[in-house]
Design a protein around this ligand. Structure first.
Ligand code: DON
Length: 389
């Protein structure tokens, strides 16, 4: 019952935030993604939170297999090449993993292939920061509203006088997040960041030294962003240190299975469902998911939420993680990206699985409560159902 209430609250909160995000997304100047997350996904209504409404193990495994089979032949998109290493990764790699809040793990394809976490690091560092310094400091110093701009936008910094860093999921906000992690030295700060990723994943995630070198040698745009933030006195520690640690965190290697576990920790209110370790508070997990809902896929976040209906975060390494609060997280890895920097196959596969399992947070069937005879939902809160597959 407690779980049901928590999930309904998260669902309503996402709806409100999405409404607030509208104008920001409409401001986007950059070209929209050439490809849509999923034009073909059929959307079942979201189930009630009782155990009987959860998809079975077979249904989950079949949904993953179907999506993998359907999208593995997709040829749209292109590996990121502004980080030279990423251009060299095999574009055919494609893996999916789903981890439930009970700690059950489902995989298909290349779910154990490591890839650079890149921007997928941002929500987890944000969560660490929020847990340590409090949400208010993040809201005041960084900001929590969608920029509606590309992840490395300089225009967004110039336009947003109240919050130069935008929000913690764009590069400016993520560099600022790293700079604000309380620590006496850069190495102590790195240890906190690294331990935090490991706790979310329940595994030791190594830095890919080749990626770290490749990004350090070519990150002139992030140098400009850091310098601009410094000029506005936004950073909490010296800009070279902040950028170096940000670059290092983007170079951490992760697999789809580990990434799904990281997402499942957020789905489970901040406690890793596989290791049982409390990583962040439930309030922090909820706020992190809200930020993913409004800015997780940058200027195409609105389109993503419209199609998939769940908070998600992407990285230019080809990973995406999506979270169904109180139920599970699903991660996908496939290197070719659309114009906004989001993996084409990963978007399509995740959207299809989430919708087919009835977990689009915005799908509801009027009158389902009386049809089911389960009752319990208030008049203003239609019960959700998942038709049998
Ligand atoms: O800072 C960058 O540009 C990269 N290290 C990360 C960007 C990224 O992953 C954007 N996500 N889709």
């Amino acid at each position: 019952m407690k779980l049901a209430l928590r999930c309904r609250r998260s669902w309503l909160f996402c709806m409100c935030l999405m409404a607030l995000a509208g104008p920001g997304i409409a401001l986007a100047e950059s070209p929209k993604a050439a490809t849509k997350p999923s034009d073909t996904a059929s959307t079942a209504a979201r189930p009630s939170q009782g155990d009987e409404a959860m998809p079975t193990e077979t249904e989950i495994q079949q949904a993953l297999q179907k999506a993998h089979q359907q999208f593995r032949g997709t040829k749209e998109g292109k590996n990121a090449d502004y980080i030279p290493y990423l251009a060299t990764v095999n574009p055919n790699l494609f893996g999916l993993a789903l981890v439930t809040v009970e700690g059950k793990v489902y995989t298909v394809g290349d779910a154990t292939s490591p890839f650079p976490i890149e921007s997928l690091s941002k929500p987890f560092t944000l969560a660490r920061l929020m847990d340590e310094v409090g949400a208010k400091k993040v809201e005041d110093k960084i900001g929590v509203d969608a920029t509606g701009q590309p992840f490395n936008s300089i225009v967004a910094i110039e336009m947003n006088e109240d919050h130069r860093a935008g929000n913690p999921l764009v590069n400016a906000g993520a560099i600022t997040s790293v700079s604000m992690i309380p620590a006496a030295t850069p190495e102590a700060r790195w240890k906190k960041l690294s331990d935090n990723f490991n706790d979310f994943a329940g595994a030791d995630l190594p830095v890919n030294q080749e990626v770290y070198k490749s990004e350090t040698e070519t990150n002139t745009r992030n140098q400009s962003i850091s310098a601009l933030l410094d000029s506005y006195k936004v950073l909490g520690s010296p800009r070279e240190q902040a950028l170096d640690l940000y670059t290092r965190q983007c170079s951490v290697n992760v697999t789809a299975t580990q990434l799904a576990t990281m997402g499942a920790t957020l789905a489970n209110g901040g406690t890793n469902p596989v290791t049982g370790k409390k990583v962040v508070s439930p309030d922090t997990a909820r706020r992190t998911l809200a930020l993913m809902a409004t800015n997780g896929l940058y200027e195409s976040t609105g389109e993503w939420l419209y199609q998939a209906g769940v908070p998600a975060k992407s990285g230019v390494g080809g990973g995406i993680v999506a979270v169904v609060p109180g139920r599970y997280a699903i991660a996908a890895f496939s290197p070719p990206l659309d114009k906004a920097g989001n993996s084409v196959r990963s978007q399509r596969a995740i959207s299809q699985v989430v919708n087919s399992l009835g977990d689009n947070l915005y799908a509801a069937t009027p009158g389902a409560a009386s049809q089911q005879g389960t009752g319990g939902a208030g008049r203003d809160e239609p019960k959700k159902t998942r038709p049998s597959p």
